[in-house]
Design a protein around this ligand. Structure first.
Ligand code: F3S
Length: 406
C-alpha cells in the first residue's frame, strides 16, 4: 500500500504503541482487500456493545497511549444502575460493563450508547467517507444517506477513530456501489415490522450483491419512513451481509433504476411475495404460548416509536407476570418524557431504558422461558443463546403483554 509520511510514522510507532497497533491492523486489512492507499474519514461509529474482545482491543490502544482523532459514537452497553437493581448479574459481567465504560471514556469516545447513530448524533452527509460498524448503520449511511463506509467491525472502526483513515476499497469506490441484482417486491410493505421481514428475506438471498429493489412497478409511490428503513437495514444486514442497496426514486444514488445499475448488468433476480414475508416470521419465531418478557427496541426505538407505544397502550396495564422493556436512546427518552408520553408508557408497567443492548447479561434471567419481540434480529440472536422468542408486530406484543400470552 502507498502510505503518506504521516501514516508511515504511525506504522513505525513514532506516535506511540497504541497508534501503531491501530495502523498495523488497518494496513493488514488494506492489503487483504488490495486497497492501493488509505482515505481520511470524517466520522466513525464503534459497535462495541460491551463485548469482551472489543473492550480488550480498546484497552490495548489506550494503554499504548492512543486517543481518538475522530470522535466515535458508541453502541449500547447496558444501564447498570437500572438493570442491576432488578436482575442479578454475575460479578464478572458487571466488571466487564464497568471496564467497557471506563476504557471508551479514556480513549475519548462520545458515550452515546445508542445503535442508531445514523438517525441522530452522528449523521453523515452525501459523499462523506466514514467508518461505521453496526448492522443498521452501515447500509443506512451508504444507501439511504449516500455516505461511504465499508461494513466495518467495532475493531476496525475504532482503529479508524484513532488514525483518522480507512483503507480505500469496497464501498468507498464508485464501481462497487452500483447495482448488480434486481429484486421485485410484489406486495405492499407497511410499517417497520414488515420492512424488517422484507430486509431479512432479501438479506438471505443477496449474497455479496448490491440489490436494486423495485416495488411492484410503483417504486415512486413507496415512501418508507426512517423507522421502516432502519428495520429494513438492520434485518438485511443480520440475515445476510448487505451494506449497500438501491431503491430507485427513494435512495439518493438511484434517481432511476438505470442510474442504480450504472451500466452493470443484473446478474440475478429475486421476487418477494406476501407469502415470503409470512415465511420469514415463521422461520424466526418460536411457537406462541405464555410470555415472560417482552423486549423491544432492537434497534433502539425512536421518539416516534415511543409515542406510538404510548398511543397503543393508552390506559391498559401489562400483566404483573410480564417484564416489558423498551430499549431506546437517551435523547428519544428525554423527548418522550418532556412530551408526556413516557408517563403514559410507564403508568402501564412498561419500562424504558437507555444505553442498553438486548444482548446483555440482565436478560439471561429469561433463559429457557418464552419471550416476545418485534425484532427479527433480537429473536434470532437470543434464540441462539437459549432464550426463545415469539416474533410479532408491536401491536401484538402489547396485547400479549396485557394478557401474558400470545
Ligand atoms: Fe442495538 Fe443490540 Fe439490537 S446494538 S440493534 S439492541 S443487538
Amino acid at each position: 500500500m502507498n502510505l503518506t509520511d504521516e501514516e508511515k510514522r504511525m506504522l513505525d510507532g513514532e506516535m506511540g504503541e497504541g497508534v501503531r497497533k491501530a495502523m498495523d491492523m488497518l494496513v493488514a486489512m488494506g492489503k487483504a482487500f488490495d486497497a492501493p492507499r488509505m482515505i481520511p474519514v470524517t466520522r466513525t461509529h464503534v459497535a462495541m456493545s460491551g463485548q469482551e474482545g472489543d473492550t480488550y482491543w480498546c484497552e490495548l490502544l489506550v494503554n499504548g497511549g492512543a486517543a481518538c482523532k475522530i470522535i466515535p459514537t458508541t453502541n449500547p452497553n447496558w444501564d447498570v444502575p437500572t438493570l442491576n437493581r432488578r436482575y442479578e448479574v454475575p460479578a464478572d459481567r458487571l466488571f466487564l460493563a464497568r471496564r467497557t465504560d471506563d476504557v471508551y471514556r479514556r480513549i475519548g469516545a462520545a458515550i452515546t450508547y445508542c445503535c442508531t447513530p445514523e438517525l441522530a448524533g452522528n449523521v453523515p452527509v452525501f459523499g462523506e467517507h466514514v467508518a461505521f460498524s453496526e448492522s443498521s448503520a452501515t447500509p443506512y449511511v451508504n444507501a439511504v444517506l449516500g455516505a461511504r463506509s465499508n461494513r466495518e467491525s467495532s475493531v476496525s472502526a475504532l482503529a479508524s477513530s484513532v488514525t483518522g483513515v480507512t483503507p480505500y476499497y469496497g464501498l468507498h469506490l464508485d464501481e462497487n456501489r452500483r447495482g448488480n441484482m434486481t429484486v421485485y417486491v410484489d406486495t405492499e410493505v407497511k410499517g417497520p415490522y414488515e420492512w424488517g421481514l422484507l430486509g431479512w428475506f432479501i438479506g438471505l438471498h443477496a449474497g455479496t450483491n448490491v440489490p436494486v429493489i423495485l416495488f411492484n412497478k410503483k417504486a415512486y409511490d413507496v415512501r418508507p419512513t426512517p423507522e421502516e428503513l432502519l428495520y429494513f437495514t438492520t434485518e438485511s444486514n443480520t440475515s445476510g451481509a448487505m451494506p449497500m442497496f438501491h431503491m430507485p426514486g427513494i435512495t439518493p444514488e438511484a434517481p432511476t433504476a438505470e442510474a442504480a445499475f450504472g451500466g452493470n448488468k443484473s446478474a440475478s433476480e429475486l421476487r418477494v411475495t406476501r407469502a415470503d414475508l409470512e415465511k420469514m416470521e415463521n422461520l424466526i419465531s418460536d411457537p406462541a404460548g405464555k410470555i415472560h418478557l417482552v423486549l423491544i427496541g432492537c434497534p433502539h426505538y425512536t421518539y416516534a416509536q415511543l409515542r406510538g407505544v404510548a398511543d397503543l397502550i393508552n390506559d391498559r396495564r401489562i400483566h404483573p407476570d410480564v417484564d416489558f422493556w423498551i430499549l431506546s436512546s437517551w435523547d428519544a427518552i428525554e423527548l418522550a418524557r418532556r412530551s408526556g408520553h413516557l408517563e403514559t408508557i410507564e403508568r402501564s408497567g412498561i419500562r424504558v431504558v437507555p444505553d442498553t443492548c438486548m444482548d446483555q447479561p440482565p436478560f439471561d434471567q429469561f433463559k429457557g422461558k418464552l419471550n416476545m419481540t418485534d425484532s427479527a434480529k433480537c429473536a434470532h440472536y437470543q434464540k441462539r443463546r437459549g432464550l426463545p422468542f415469539v416474533l410479532r408486530r408491536i401491536e401484538e406484543c402489547i396485547d400479549a403483554a396485557v394478557k401474558s400470552s400470545v
